[in-house]
Design a binder for this molecule. Sequence first.
Ligand SMILES: Cc1cc2nc3c(=O)[nH]c(=O)nc-3n(C[C@H](O)[C@H](O)[C@H](O)COP(=O)(O)OP(=O)(O)OC[C@H]3O[C@@H](n4cnc5c(N)ncnc54)[C@H](O)[C@@H]3O)c2cc1C
Length: 238
Amino acid sequence: MEVKLLSYTNNPKKVIYSAARQCYSKLSAYKIYTDREKLTSGKLKKFISHLVKRGHLSPLEHVSFTFSATGLSRVCTHQLVRHRVASYSQQSQRYVGMDDFEFVVPKAIKSNKEAEALFIESTDYLKNKYKQIREILEKNIKLDKEKINQDLRFLLPQGCQTKIVLTMNSRQLLHFFSERLCLRAQWEIRELATKMLIFTKKILPEVFSAAGAKCKKLSFCPESADGCPLNPQKDKTS
Ligand SMILES: Cc1cc2nc3c(=O)[nH]c(=O)nc-3n(C[C@H](O)[C@H](O)[C@H](O)COP(=O)(O)OP(=O)(O)OC[C@H]3O[C@@H](n4cnc5c(N)ncnc54)[C@H](O)[C@@H]3O)c2cc1C
């Protein structure tokens, strides 16, 4: 899986600061934003860290990050798009033919030669059938390519690789990380979250150094994850 940062809100720290400061000021956010003298990097850092600690999080919503993720499975993106406070654009299996689709092979399956061979045999089987059905449809039913792809995709496995662009604001990213960096979350979406966090932490450490599985904030595991190395379950905390 490859995750790239496409873009993020300009001057993110100044945007957060101005939005938050304006709540307690007679000045407009614009005046605060453009006051070069007062906005030192030390001041911004201290203010934003304090804001996050206090849980005054609405100013974070004005700063968004846009990522491009490729080489991940539809299993993963199906989980991703359950996060509703976000925007998505995903490669279509209707406009893009999937004749030679690539797929994600889970590590556990890869680790066993017999399992891996069976897995690859199964996906090869599906690929062949996909092509055969296309040929039949093209020959016998005069449908355009798009309509054929549209029906052929019913055959595609969830492990099929896909490409997706996603945009989340910083507050939602904190929530996303709290859900998907949990060791109970499925490995592929955890990998996606881990890669996204590396970018956001570099750009906004004041906000994202505190990010992590929800147990990080709670100091106990709200999931019934026995033996999780991060934090004990609530009834097992002393
Ligand atoms: C370990 C794990 C296991 C999971 N297992 C399953 C499973 O078995 N089956 C399954 O279906 N899902 C499962 N999920 C998905 C989970 O139920 C959520 O759908 C997903 O994590 C998105 O979370 P969310 O709704 O908080 O996020 P978002 O949709 O991004 O929403 C963010 C927050 O906005 C608020 N919000 C958004 N929309 C509404 C709304 N309509 N009404 C009220 N408040 C709203 C909520 O406070 C929400 O937390 C699992 C998730 C995890 C992390």
